[in-house]
Design a protein. Structure first.
Length: 274
């Protein structure tokens, strides 16, 4: 788990400079800005063993932010992993900037594709994606994953991605699974053409059994959900260091059989890796 987490931080820093620095969260901005850390194996091991982040049978709950003081200009990561409860509430959320130059760079299909690759290579999830809140509300999608989204990832364990219409693009992630990119431009849940395309692809993916939530799985899932059509709501009660909102976030969660706790990444994963 610690090596996978370290790999995630390293790979994200290669996707965009927004994710080059990391800080622990705190109850004041001044204190939070003093808590910069390097996400090495030794540092993460110390964090995950500490009472601050280790919740015993409920696993590890850890959050970090990128140190951007301007609202919406940075990002954060939230990990909940290693839980022994059933079903395991394990997940990894990656929040993205929604304002400033970072947002201009990150909120593109090309960069988000690389961020999804980073999530997949670090955690080997079952599924994941960048999801449209407007589309989910329009189609009353179920709460559980996987959802229909701008970008979606399906592991080989889920099955083969069927042929999809233009302009949808698919791309392999090594030998682990397939990324589906719905539109080359930013998906808009209020654009009739985008909604019609999403509906068509949703039917094809559902027909292939890829949108059915896995109940038992040996590998995790990664996703980048919720792409609101307008500025997202504020996390008023969050500790300093968590951005006020982010139009995209990556979620990865793993669940494992009750005999062994899982590590961070999708709804149904394998046993933890160190």
């Amino acid at each position: 788990m610690r090596s996978a987490c370290g790999a995630l931080f390293r790979l994200l820093s290669q996707c965009d400079p927004t994710y080059a620095r990391w800080f622990e969260q705190a109850n004041s901005l001044k204190k939070a800005l003093q808590l910069r850390f390097e996400p090495t194996y030794e540092t993460l091991l110390r964090f995950f063993k500490s009472r601050k982040y280790n919740e015993g049978a409920f696993g590890v709950s850890f959050s970090a932010w990128t140190g951007h003081e301007e609202d919406g200009h940075g990002g954060s990561v939230m990990l909940s992993c290693g839980s022994a409860v059933t079903p395991p509430p394990n997940n990894c959320l990656l929040y993205l900037p929604d304002e400033g130059p970072g947002a201009e760079r990150v909120l593109t299909a090309s960069v988000l594709t690389e961020m999804m690759r980073a999530m997949v290579l670090a955690w080997e999830p079952d599924d994941g994606g960048v999801y449209s809140q407007a589309y989910q509300e329009l189609r009353d999608e179920p709460v559980g994953p996987p959802h229909m989204g701008w970008l979606m990832y399906f592991s080989r364990n889920r099955g083969e991605v069927p042929p999809l219409p233009e302009p949808v693009r698919t791309a392999p992630v090594e030998d682990k699974g397939t990324l589906v990119i719905l539109t080359p431009e930013r998906f808009n849940g209020h654009d009739p053409a985008h909604v019609a395309l999403a509906d068509q692809v949703r039917g094809l993916l559902d027909g292939a059994g890829l949108l059915t939530e896995l109940q038992l799985s040996r590998s995790p899932a990664a996703r980048l959900p919720s792409l609101p059509s307008s500025k997202p709501s504020t996390w008023a009660s969050a500790p300093v260091g968590l951005p006020s909102g982010a139009p995209c976030r990556c979620t990865t969660s793993r669940s494992a059989p009750s005999s062994s706790p899982s590590s961070p990444i999708s709804t149904t994963p394998r046993s933890p890796r160190s």
